[in-house]
Structures are given as C-alpha cells and as structure tokens.
Write a protein that binds this ligand. Sequence first.
Ligand code: AMP
Length: 452
Amino acid sequence: MTFQNLGLSEDTLKAVEDSGYTEPTPIQEQAIPVVLTGRDVLGCAQTGTGKTAGFTLPMIDMLATGRARARMPRSLILEPTRELAAQVSESFERYGKYHRLTTALLIGGESFSDQEKALGRGVDVLIATPGRLIDLFERGRILLSDVKVLVIDEADRMLDMGFIPDIERIVGLLPRKRQTLFFSATMPPEIRKLADGFLTEPKEIAVAPPASPAETVDQQLALVHGDDKRAALREILRAETIENGLIFCNRKRDVDILVKSLTKHGFEASALHGDMPQFRRTDTLERFRSGELRLLVASDVAARGLDIPRVSHVFNFDVPIHAEDYVHRIGRTGRAGRPGTAITIAQPDDAFHTHKIEKLIGRDVPRRDLETIEGADWDDKPKRRRRNGKSASTETEPVPRERPRRWSAAPAGQERRRRTAAPPAEAHRPDTAFGEHIPAFLLRPGGEARSA
Ligand code: AMP
C-alpha cells in the first residue's frame, strides 16, 4: 500500500514525501480513506503507531476549501496534555505546508491574550487541552457552533486525568451534525460508553501497540530496600554507558526530590512534570531532544506521548502502578532495532505491581545485582501503600481497581538471577505493531517510528 492510494491530494502527498514517509502505517492505511468520506472513526491505537498523521492528513484536505470566521474554529482537536497538543500542531504545520490552513493552540501555561488574538483571526484547526478551552469559552472568546470535525485523542488518558466531564461539556457545545474521530490506546467500558455517546455509526479501527518491549529492550530489575533506591540509581547511572536517559517517578513531587538528589551527587538532570510552567517544560524538552541534557526525570503525565527519538536508557525509579505504563515507559527506548535498556528499581513492597507487569509482558524481568548495594527480597505480604485509608495518589493514576492479593515469593535464589535468564514466554508474547510485517520506514536507517 502506498500513500497514493489513500485519496489524499497532491499537495498533501508532497508534504508526506517531504517528511520522508514511504508507506502508510496500518492506522493511516485504514483511517485516512474513511476520514475522507466524512465518516466517524473509533480508533484503538497508541502513540507511536502514526495515528496523528492518520487524522491530520485527511483533515488538511477536508479543510482545504472554506474559510474560518473570527472566533469560530472549523475543527477542534482535544488533547490531554500541552505537549501532545503542541506535537499535533507541529504535525499540521509539517503536513499542511503546501496549504494555507490556519491553526491555533490553546494550552494552559501560555498567555491568554496571544491565544485570543489567534482565535480572532479565524482558525481552521483549533488544538486544545480541555481546561483552557473551557476557560476561553467562559470568557466568551470562542464560539464552537461552526466546528465540523472533532478529534478526541488519547481518550483513556483523558479519563485517567479526570477530563471526561470537561469533554462532555465541550461536546455539548458543538453542533450535532459533525464528524467525530475518537482515539484511545485502550478501550475500557467507560471509554466505549463515552464513544457510543459521541459517535454515529463509526468505523472501528484497531491496531496493535507499536512494539513489543520484550523483543527490543534489555529489561532489568534491581530489587533493593526502599532507603537504598537513590544510591542504587546512582550506581546504575555510573555503571551504564548512557547516551540519554529518561527516569520515571510515580509522583511529581518525587521528580523534584530526585533531581535535587542527583544534582547534589554530580549528575546533570532536569525535571519534567505537570506543575512546571510551560516555558520551562518546553525548554527542558528541547535541551533533552538536542542532546544537551542527558538525564530527564519525569512523571508519566508529563512524558506521555512525547516524541523523543533515540533514548538509550529508561529507568523506573518507581515501579509503575499500572502495568500498561511500564510498557509505555520502556517503549521510549530500543526502537527500530536499536539497542535500548530499561532498568527498574523495585523495593520489597513492589511485588504486587511487579508481578502484574511481568504478567502483562509475558515474562519475568531479569534481576540485576548491584555492586555496592545489598539486594532485597520481595515482601511476603505485599500491600499497596495507603495514606489516610486511601491509596497513595500519583499524578497520573486513579486508584487501582484490583483487589490486593498475596504475593507468593519464590525462594530468593530462584528469583534473583542475573539478567541472562527469561526467554520470552511465547504463549504470552505481546503482539508487535505490524504483525509479521515491518514497514519500510521502520527499517530505514535513522527513520524509526519515533515513539511518542
Ligand atoms: P504518532 O503515533 O502519530 O505519534 O507518530 C509516531 C511517529 O511516527 C512520529 O514521529 C511520526 O513522524 C512518525 N510517522 C508517522 N507516520 C509515519 C510513516 N508513514 N512513516 C514513517 N514515519 C511515520
């Protein structure tokens, strides 16, 4: 399949060619012709699958004729985070370079007056985070009655972040007669119900996650006592040859604490989390992308969907509470056949969540022993940590729904093997994005599908 067969205009095809894409990804192949017919789409696809171009390319052609009126955008794209919104805006710039579409980005942390001015000039494509859009609507700066295409992206993440009431409110302000494109990495019942309410006879498209981490990433797990986690990270950082590394914490306050600690010990690291002003987030990301900054300590929300190519190492300073986040996190490295390393630092009471991760990826994560830090064993009776009778909150995570269950620890000698063990369990091997087929763009030197 080539891009030429999808029904896109010559100008859009030229922009695609300039981007260096030679063939569409599965989501693009399936979504683009359907979107062009004006039909609603329910897409089950993660970042990294090429879904952004899957909706931006046909939208550029659909919006090519017609003109936007002041404060009345012709299309609306809702994104859960500012960074994702900014990336979508860049996609419109890149793919729409031979068109004269106007876009505006409405995201928190940036000046209202600039955004209001942009709206006043009339925009074809409005890309927004829900909170800022509602703020502007309430200030009377925007009218949504001319929106003909609505995109709801990363719906499951919107749910995690508590944005669903905002989304429902925004959809209530749009014309009933419109085209809706709805994307989510997963389809839990709440998301399916929401989609049913927003979509009319949608075409359902599902593509598998972009890569199987078990295949491409050298995964390791260091099990240490809670008080030793920072020292363990330092030992690992010194031992590894790191081109650039993303270090994940579960809570944003721990991001800052860890950055301070690393800096005190002579490592150059910066933080990325949702409480930082936008200009600092943008600047930090830019330094990391350009290679100036080697270590970026991040929370899941801040890092979700970021398009950062060539990350050599991912460190989980905390074991993620949702197993899927483990896959998202480590999927930042080892892309397109490059070597990548993902090292998780666990403490004894992380047994429950570690077990869930190992179940999801269908294999044990090989243990790594440290030189200077004494190893630990799993707690026999793991409990999720609780605060005031409630599960400890994290920036991204709602309370896990599963009931805590007893972890039956294997004998220490059996558990703590070095990282040579654990061939993938074939029966549980997660799918790769493209089945057996690997698109040419993934094989092109330096042309990996850059993970978001
Ligand atoms: P997305 O899933 O939309 O975040 O896209 C992931 C990455 O894949 C982005 O860096 C895109 O530039 C890249 N990409 C999207 N479509 C293609 C394609 N057909 N060929 C090569 N790269 C692509």
